[in-house]
Design a protein around this ligand. Structure first.
Ligand SMILES: [Zn+2]
Length: 259
């Protein structure tokens, strides 16, 4: 997964942290190598692989961690549940003391650091329960998009907001120039032509879940995985897709089990 450092004349701004302690420390080492102070961290959405290592990234500096209030609220609300899921998977690499964003920003507001101006788009429900891409500069040609597009990797749909995600794909597609560069959370950079792939992935996944025979849940799971591997023959982030199958089936009313 990706986090980003924006280097300006006299400072560094980070976009997201990483999931693990060691990766986020390495990101911090990148800041220190630039020899300029970290001035802020901006968050692209509420998922733990983008905020888990904030404390290691900030490393004691008194800097604002900026996100829309909705992103802040979701992180605070869902963090105990993420602890239960991620601790067994990652052990000590999932930070025991985590830091949360502390500085809310409203939709369309900007923050400036030297010659760099970054403007937030408060998307609300999308790939996560609250998403907030950041646009660099007035020409809107460089965007830190978070996870609105995965770069040909399997996707996480378990939060269940695929309808809003699909709607946001069309809103964002219309907003940016055709030569826009999207820096994304997984892989990339990608461009405007990748909206089509992302839409197809979501629609293929929904179709696979709908057509599976949920009378036999294990076989249904296997059938969805097989269909998605036909669409995208890679194991990259396959576990995120697999985590999404039963929650989406429940959401679509195909199983009696709660998500
Ligand atoms: Zn995400």
């Amino acid at each position: 997964m990706n986090a980003y450092l924006v280097e300006t004349e006299a400072s560094v701004v980070a976009v997201d942290s990483l999931l693990t302690v060691s990766a986020s420390r390495a990101l911090r080492a990148g800041v220190d190598q630039l020899g300029k102070p970290l001035r802020a961290v901006l968050l692209t959405h509420a998922h733990p692989d983008h905020y888990g290592g904030l404390r290691e990234l900030v490393a004691g500096d008194d800097v604002p961690i900026i996100a829309p209030q909705g992103v802040i609220d979701v992180i605070v609300r869902d963090d105990p549940a993420k602890e239960e899921i991620l601790r067994p998977m990652f052990g000590d690499e999932w930070a025991t003391k985590r830091m949360f964003p502390n500085t809310p920003i409203a939709d369309g507001e900007s923050v400036s650091f030297d010659d760099a101006t970054l403007t937030v788009i408060d998307l609300g429900l999308s790939e996560s329960p609250h998403d907030s891409p950041w646009v660099l500069g007035a020409d809107e040609q460089v965007v830190f998009l978070g996870d609105q597009i995965y770069d040909h990797k399997h996707c996480f749909l378990a939060d269940g907001f695929h309808e809003q995600w699909l709607r946001n794909i069309e809103i964002l597609r219309d907003r940016f120039p055709s030569d826009v560069v999207f820096h994304v959370g997984h892989g990339g950079p990608v461009g405007a032509s990748d909206w089509d792939w992302q839409r197809q992935y979501i629609e293929t996944f929904l179709g696979a879940v709908r057509t599976a025979d949920w009378g036999a849940p294990d076989r249904a799971h296997t059938a969805v995985v097989a269909e998605m591997k036909r669409f995208l023959p890679t194991e990259e982030l396959q576990f995120l897709m697999e985590l999404s199958i039963e929650p989406v089936a429940a959401q679509l009313g195909l199983t009696s089990a709660a998500a």
